[in-house]
Design a protein around this ligand. Sequence first.
Ligand SMILES: [Zn+2]
Ligand SMILES: [Zn+2]
Length: 306
Amino acid sequence: MCTGCSVNLFQLFEIVSDEKKVRDYLFDHHLLTKTVNCTSCGSVIELNSKYQFRCNKVVRLKHGKAYRKRVCKFRVTGLKDTFFERSKISLKDILYLMYLFIDNRTTIKTASFETKLSPATIIDWYSFMRDIIINYCETKSSKLGGPGTVVEVDEAEFGQRKCDKAEVRGNWVLGGIERGGKKIFLVTVGDRSEETLIEVIKDWILEGTTIVSDRQSSFRNISLEGYFHQTGDNPQNSKDSESSTNTNNIKRLWRDVRNEIPKFGVREEHFESYLAKVFFRKIFPDQGERFHHFMLATAALYPPYK
Ligand SMILES: [Zn+2]
Ligand SMILES: [Zn+2]
């Protein structure tokens, strides 16, 4: 089983050019099971090239005083419960689409040109992949900070647009980033009341953390909740010391979110997945390594038949 790999595009082409290598790669990342035990006769069956487990063992059955030979007919599809169940496209195409999805630099049009799949098919598969990322964020996120650490927090609005002369409100996001670590959180908030924001802070940041924010306003009572607080609008705070009150890290995170959100056609229902993707890219900045973790995240949501 793979404990860590970093596949680049060239290496991926080598894998997808050979059906056996695709299977081995999927076995290694728990997306497919290589062998199962026959529930009928107990023998070990290996997944065949048609992605089925077929037991053909000849078993001897006692029949009166004589023995009769019988071929075990146990059958089960190896794709049951996997990400590939009911897929109408090849596994190598899906693997390649997964790479493009996580790489984020290829447009749907280019992906369609390269795979010969229709844009509608690709959009469908990307939406399944979105669920994987969202599930990962929901299950793998942990609280930030703790005594002696600094977490920058800020709120920003995304996805607002003009629609028939009317302004459509976007989504307000409260984000936090731990200095010197990879930990972040990004949460959409329905309103920006002090109460709401403090609830999110308490959900995501450990007590004893120094919270740095741009403005005093929303977080002025945060110290009552067991946090230390510094703001950029307090001139007494030095700009370049360890306790620097700039919020450059969170501003960079906002830039990543803006890049993730499509310029046109922002889909309200996809908003959570835009944030999830930013989260995933932030914790796995290397594309090859990210692909490995995306495979494991897929296996976690779609554990194969065993
Ligand atoms: Zn790996
Ligand atoms: Zn059998």
